[in-house]
Ligand binder design. Structure first.
Ligand code: NDP
Length: 284
C-alpha cells in the first residue's frame, strides 16, 4: 500500500516560509515582491486557475495584480501591454495565463516577457538555460514535481529509471530534462508511442501528464514505484480526478500523489517561490 504524498501539505510549509519572508520584508520597510497575472478573455478553467494564484498571493502577503483583458484584444495591444509590465519596476513576475485566443500567437507573447520576470519559465531563454543546467526560472509544475520527489528522499536519481507519459512544453519535456539533470535514465512516451504500458511498467518513477481520466492502470505500474499524477480531469460523474487509476495503483506503488491535493498546489507554491526569486535577483 502506497504512502500518499500530499503536495498540498508540502505546499503549505513552503507558503508558510514565504509568508514569513514577506513579513520580514514589510518590517524592514522594503518594497514587497509583486506578481502580475494577465488573463485574456473568460475561459472558465483559466479564470479558476488565476483566481487560485491570486488567492495564494494574498495568503502569503505578496503583492499581486490580476489584469483582465478582452477576448478580442489584438496581438499588438497585448504585446504592448506586456512591454509596459516589463519596464515597470514594481513588477517582479509576469504570468500570461494560457491558452490564449486563437488569433494571438502564443509563442510571440511568451517570447515578449522579459526573461528576468519569466516566473512561469516558458520563455525560450528559460527553457534553454534549463537544458544547459544554468540558473533560471524553472516552470512551476515540473519544479513542483521535483520538489515532491526531494521530499520523499528521491533527490539523487542515479540508477533510477523514470518514465514520463506526455511531452508537452509545459510539463512533459521540462520534467524529463529535470529528471535527467538529477541523473535518472528517462524515457518520454506520447500518443505515438507503442507499448506505453510495457515501458511504464519498468519505471521506478512514473510521471503521468496526459490529460485522460484514470488512464494509467495498475498493470502499467511496477511494484514499489513512485507515481506522480499531474493530470487534472473530470470523470463521467464530473468528479475531479487524475490520469492515474488512483485506487488500484495505490495498492502497488510505494508513493503516489492524489488528485486533487497533489501536484496542483505545488504548482502554485512554485510560482510564488519563483516570484520571490525574481524579486531577490532584482533587488540584489
Ligand atoms: P497536453 O495536452 O499539452 O499534452 C498531453 C500529452 O499527453 C501529449 O504529449 C500527448 O501526446 C500525450 N498523450 C495523449 N494521449 C496519450 C496516450 N494515450 N498515451 C500516451 N501519451 C498520450 O497536456 P499538458 O501537458 O498541458 O497537461 C497534461 C495534464 O496535466 C492535463 O490534465 C492538465 O490539465 C494537467 N496539468 C496539471 C497541472 C497541475 O498543476 N497539476 C499543470 C499543467 C497541466 P502527443 O504529444 O503525441 O499529442
Amino acid at each position: 500500500m502506497a504512502e500518499i504524498v500530499y503536495g498540498s501539505e508540502i505546499a503549505k510549509k513552503i507558503k508558510a516560509k514565504l509568508a514569513a519572508k514577506m513579513q520580514a520584508l514589510k518590517q524592514e520597510g522594503k518594497r514587497l515582491p509583486k506578481l502580475c497575472v494577465v488573463l485574456v478573455g473568460n475561459h472558465p478553467a483559466s479564470l479558476s486557475y488565476v483566481t487560485g494564484k491570486e488567492k495564494a498571493c494574498r495568503e502569503i502577503g505578496m503583492e499581486n495584480d490580476l489584469i483582465r483583458l478582452p477576448q478580442d484584444i489584438s496581438e499588438k495591444a497585448l504585446l504592448d501591454f506586456i512591454q509596459k509590465l516589463n519596464v515597470d519596476d514594481a513588477v517582479d513576475g509576469i504570468l500570461v495565463q494560457l491558452p490564449l485566443p486563437a488569433h494571438i500567437d502564443e509563442h510571440k507573447v511568451l517570447f515578449a516577457i522579459d526573461p528576468a520576470k519569466d516566473v512561469d519559465g516558458f520563455h525560450p531563454i528559460s527553457l534553454g538555460k534549463l537544458m544547459l543546467q544554468e540558473d533560471t526560472f524553472i516552470s512551476c509544475t515540473p519544479k513542483g514535481i521535483m520538489r515532491i520527489l526531494e521530499e520523499i528522499g528521491y533527490d539523487d536519481l542515479s540508477g533510477k529509471k523514470a518514465v514520463v507519459v506526455g511531452r508537452s512544453n509545459i510539463v512533459g519535456k521540462p520534467v524529463a530534462q529535470l529528471l535527467m539533470n538529477k541523473h535518472a535514465t528517462v524515457t518520454v512516451c506520447h500518443s505515438r508511442t507503442k507499448n506505453v504500458e510495457e515501458i511504464a511498467a519498468q519505471a521506478d518513477i512514473l510521471i503521468a501528464a496526459i490529460g485522460k481520466p484514470r488512464y494509467i492502470h495498475a498493470s502499467w505500474v511496477k511494484e514499489g514505484a513512485v507515481v506522480i499524477d499531474v493530470g487534472i480531469n473530470r470523470d463521467e460523474n464530473n468528479k475531479l480526478c487524475g490520469d492515474v487509476d488512483f485506487e488500484a495503483v495505490k495498492e502497488k506503488a510505494a508513493y503516489i500523489t492524489p488528485v486533487p491535493k497533489g501536484v496542483g498546489p505545488m504548482t502554485i507554491a512554485m510560482l510564488l517561490e519563483n516570484t520571490l526569486e525574481a524579486y531577490e535577483k532584482k533587488e540584489g
